[in-house]
Design a protein around this ligand. Structure first.
Ligand SMILES: *[C@@H]1O[C@H](CO)[C@@H](O)[C@H](O)[C@H]1NC(C)=O
Ligand SMILES: *[C@@H]1O[C@H](CO)[C@@H](O)[C@H](O)[C@H]1NC(C)=O
Ligand SMILES: *[C@@H]1O[C@H](CO)[C@@H](O)[C@H](O)[C@H]1NC(C)=O
Ligand SMILES: *[C@@H]1O[C@H](CO)[C@@H](O)[C@H](O)[C@H]1NC(C)=O
Length: 313
């Protein structure tokens, strides 16, 4: 469950890598004026200072370190191991944010992940996966959505900045109506509640927050063609500004209580139930200029378009 991989064969992904090289327009401006209204950005960032009160390590403890002030956390990948950590708390609905600064230079074959997931046979999952690349070539940000145990909803975009030169914010707004993936507050993907169309929605169980750094060179960079250059190890990805304003799942929590549009559950207010016009325009721009793969338009994989596609624009 650590991270979702597209299932297609290598040839298909190679072909895709060739096809997607063409529409790359990294200079397009992205308007960031459509960020969600407050209290979207008001929660206090957690530091990593008291790591064990908020997080636990699930892989590679010797490859995780924090700065003395607790502001930053590094995950390190070598030929021996990568690493991963996760939140102790779990949530249902709200907003969850992490700022990431990715591996610079030649990051080929590396995969940095930040995702929410639940457990069990019917697990839900929301993925941000950053696929490294050769020096000067663009990272791909792959997102995926699992609902009731089923994923296969990959989308891939290039970013409008170099994600290794500075920290950028990656967050999820999650309520009973929609899930919005955001980069620096710009919506890059929406997954709406389409239960009316028979599509399962993520509204039955809480999810925890996970991050990891691992070797994905069998598939990640240019379809698996470009491998990790181990002479450049250790590879380091840095995390900062973890914060959430979300309904924490305690023994007495119920889903309806987290979906009740009371003042504390601001994410259930009408203004968060769908994108504003400005936000919808931003999303369209991302889809138009930065999207390099969309499961919704992959007719080889899905001769019949998945039902949610038509309404997730
Ligand atoms: C890992 O890298 C180190 C340093 O470059 C090298 O000495 C070692 O042989 C490598 N180990 C493996 C299993 O490749
Ligand atoms: C890496 O760069 C190549 C060439 O620009 C591009 O086709 C590919 O999509 C980029 N990203 C990844 C993860 O392969
Ligand atoms: C790996 O990195 C080393 C050190 O920068 C460089 O000399 C070598 O050409 C690189 N190998 C590949 C395959 O890019
Ligand atoms: C749930 O439990 C927490 C402490 O574990 C308590 O602070 C909170 O008031 C309880 N909520 C309800 C609705 O009972």
């Amino acid at each position: 469950m650590a991270a979702a991989r597209p299932r297609g064969n290598i040839v298909a992904w190679l072909l895709l890598a060739v096809l997607v090289a063409a529409p790359l327009v990294l200079t397009q401006e992205v308007d960031t004026s459509g960020t969600f209204p407050k209290p979207y950005a008001t929660s206090t960032p957690k530091t990593f200072a008291d790591f064990s009160s908020e997080f636990t390590v699930f892989w590679g403890p010797e490859h995780i370190s924090t700065t003395p002030d607790g502001q930053m956390l590094d995950l390190t990948l070598t030929n021996i191991s990568g690493a991963g950590f996760n939140s102790k708390r779990t949530f249902i609905y709200g907003r969850i944010n992490m700022n990431l600064k990715l591996i610079g230079g030649d990051s080929s074959g590396t995969v940095t992940t930040y995702y929410l997931t639940s457990f069990g046979d019917h697990h839900d999952e929301l993925d941000f996966e950053f696929l490294g690349n050769q020096t000067g070539e663009p990272y791909i940000l792959q997102t995926n959505v699992f609902a009731n145990g089923k994923g296969e909803r990959e989308q891939r975009i290039f970013l409008w900045f170099d994600p290794s030169s500075d920290f950028h914010s990656y967050s999820v707004l999650w309520n009973k109506k929609q899930i919005v993936f955001m980069v620096d507050g710009v919506p890059i993907r929406v997954f709406k509640n389409n239960e009316a169309l028979g599509v399962p929605y993520l509204n039955k169980q809480p999810m925890g927050v996970y991050s990891s750094l691992w070797n994905g060179d069998s598939w990640a960079t240019q379809g698996g063609l470009i491998k990790v250059n181990w002479t450049l190890a250790p590879f380091v990805a840095t995390f900062q500004n973890y914060n959430y304003d979300a309904c924490e799942w305690l023994t007495n929590t119920t889903v309806p209580a987290c979906a009740d549009p009371a003042a504390v559950n601001w994410w259930d207010a009408e203004s968060y139930s769908e994108l504003s016009q400005v936000q919808a325009n931003e999303l369209r721009k991302v889809q138009q200029y930065y999207m390099v793969y969309d499961y919704c338009t992959d007719s080889e994989r899905f001769p019949v378009q998945p039902v949610e596609c038509a309404s997730n624009l």
